[in-house]
Design a protein around this ligand. Structure first.
Ligand code: ATP
Ligand code: MG
Ligand code: MG
Length: 554
């Protein structure tokens, strides 16, 4: 690999090292909230954080930001771990913000004792109404000057479950006139009478994100806490909360922000992806139409292709839209190197070789992957009746049509040169059979003069008798609009592409019967396909990962 130039986060780290931060102190984390499955946007954050871990040989924690039991589930924790591992990364330790509930509570008590936090007993509407505006200061809560004793008493009772949801909150006592609205006495705790997937009913008060995140980084001694730009305004609060507990002998975490990655023709938000799942727009989080890591995996993407994509787009200081064709380019590029070539016909028309012996068959050598010398050969059966693609034949065509036409010749891949002599049609005029002759001396690889003869077109084909039927799922973009969730008066669901999944029957060469779930292939001239987990011993199911070329007209 050629050396890469440093990105702006790496520059920040280099500067910190130059200013005396010991290299061995470097530590990072990837902090998903387990409220959904990871998506392609998360892949950028994963590759960034774990990539830094690799570059600096520093530990990277997987930290679940699990402070909202209303939305979080063990299923999501499991899926996130599976996806990070599948992407090829291993974390140093698995951590949970919920591991720190007691520590966070103790620190909150400390803040109350120091007069830096208080219990507010107003409704959320009242609190919101006192916030002020960015240009006008807010109003102090009537409870802002409660005594320490009163605050401690109420906070203890909140913790013990004496109050209903919404009755009280704990707020940091900062500055109701701060130009940064987030500094106007932000909420630290709320009552939530919900069981948590890890702490069960131990707690009925839960810490807010801002109070939790920086302190968790501090507990784990993370040096660089990287998050997306929408948290830029939160940095002041992150620092304020750290000021309350920081001891100078310890590492002081630094929050730095980078731009969220958006991919065209899809949505990258767990909340919106959950809507697609719940409303049955897709079959689940791992539906191959989804931009989730699990959906891309099922679709046939490789971890390498996703990492290369994330590497290529790098990180940025400003948000922009990445065209999905770039992601497709990367999977195509990788699959071209590793996917064995096979033949399958998706829209068949029958070819009969009139001068080929009835009932005879031969097994021809076919190269598995011209890009990979070690991939070897397999055998494909040839016989008198074959299928080719319907669109590969025309009765008449001009000189630019390099496929089969009456009176014309083509080579059948790995087999013989054939010539179309005549065709038969049904009552509606559809072609049902093409009668061809073959040149017996033209067998591919036989070394004869005829085998080396150049003809313009080469077609893929299968032997009717040996081919087997499989379900083929063809995918298109999930949304017809490139940024479906950016329209003022429209919901992103209005742009769902009803044709994003098309299911057809394909006729495949027999070697594919041996394929296992997840195996990836290039169906020659058609694209890359992989075996879907819906496959059974009676019926195999293949997903088209991507076509061979970018066929999207810009
Ligand atoms: P979502 O809106 O999909 O729930 P989130 O940011 O709330 O996204 P988290 O689980 O909190 O999701 O994300 C974990 C990490 O991944 C965070 O550091 C977050 O900033 C980062 N991340 C999430 N989405 C993207 C994205 N589209 N591009 C880059 N990083 C992202
Ligand atoms: Mg989040
Ligand atoms: Mg979120």
């Amino acid at each position: 690999d050629k050396p890469k130039s440093l990105n702006f986060i790496e520059h920040i780290i280099e500067e910190d090292l130059a200013n005396g931060l010991p290299r061995e102190d470097l530590r990072f984390r990837f902090p998903p909230e387990p409220n959904g499955y990871l998506h392609i946007g998360h892949a950028s954050s994963i590759c960034l954080n774990f990539g830094l871990g690799q570059r600096y040989k520093a530990p990277v924690n997987l930290r679940f930001d699990d402070t909202n039991p209303a939305k979080e589930e063990q299923e999501y924790v499991d899926a996130i771990k599976r996806d990070v591992e599948w992407l090829g990364y291993s974390w140093d330790t698995e951590r949970y913000a919920s591991d720190y509930f007691q520590q966070l509570y103790d620190w909150a008590v400390l803040l109350i004792k120091r007069g830096m936090a208080y219990v507010d007993s107003q409704s959320s509407d009242e609190i919101a109404a006192q916030k002020g505006t960015p240009t006008e200061p807010g109003t102090n809560s009537p409870h802002r000057d409660r005594t320490v004793e009163e605050n401690l008493d109420l906070f203890t009772k909140m913790k013990e479950g004496a109050f209903e949801e919404g009755a009280h909150v704990v707020r940091a006592k900062i500055d109701m006139a701060s130009p940064n609205m987030l500094m106007r006495d932000p909420i630290m705790y709320r009552v939530l009478k919900k069981a948590h997937h890890r702490t069960n009913t131990d707690w009925c008060i839960y810490p807010m994100y801002d109070w939790t995140h920086g302190e968790s980084d501090y507990i784990e001694q993370v040096t660089h806490s990287l998050c997306t730009l929408e948290f830029a305004m939160h940095r002041e609060l992150y620092d304020w909360f750290l000021d309350q507990v920081y001891e100078p002998s310890k590492v002081r975490p630094k929050q730095r922000e980078f731009a969220r990655r958006n991919l065209s023709h899809t949505v990258v938000s767990k909340r919106k992806l959950l809507q697609l799942v719940e409303q049955g727009v897709v079959k689940g989080w791992d539906d191959p139409r989804m931009p989730t890591i699990s959906g891309l995996r099922r679709r046939g993407y490789t971890p390498e292709s996703i990492r290369n994509f994330a590497d290529t787009i790098g990180i940025a200081k400003r948000e922009n839209l990445i065209d999905v064709s770039l992601l497709e380019f990367h999977v195509r590029e990788h699959l071209n190197k590793i996917a064995p070539r096979v033949m399958g016909v998706l829209d068949p028309v029958k070819v009969v070789i009139t001068n080929y012996t009835e009932g005879y068959e031969e097994w021809l050598d076919a190269e598995n992957n011209p890009e990979d010398d070690a991939a070897g050969f397999r055998r494909v059966p040839f016989s008198k009746e074959l299928y080719i693609e319907r669109e590969d034949f025309r009765e008449e065509a001009n000189r630019k049509f390099f496929r089969l036409k009456l009176g014309g010749e083509v080579r059948l891949k790995n087999a013989y040169i054939i010539k179309a002599e005549s065709c038969t049609k049904d009552a509606e005029g559809n072609i049902v059979e093409i009668q061809c002759t073959y040149d017996p001396k033209s067998k591919s690889g036989s070394g004869t003069e005829e085998s080396l003869r150049k003809v313009k077109g080469t077609l893929h084909w299968v032997s009717v008798k040996h081919a087997f039927e499989a379900e083929i799922r063809l995918y298109d973009r999930l949304f017809t609009d490139e940024s479906p969730d950016t329209h003022k008066n429209k919901n992103f669901l209005d742009f769902v592409n009803p044709d994003a999944l098309k299911t057809i029957t394909g006729y495949l060469e027999p070697s594919l019967k041996e394929a296992n779930i997840g195996d990836r292939f290039q169906f020659q001239r058609l694209g890359y396909f992989c075996v879907d987990p819906d496959s059974t011993s009676d019926k195999m199911v293949f997903n088209r990962t991507v076509g061979l070329r970018d066929t999207w007209a810009k």
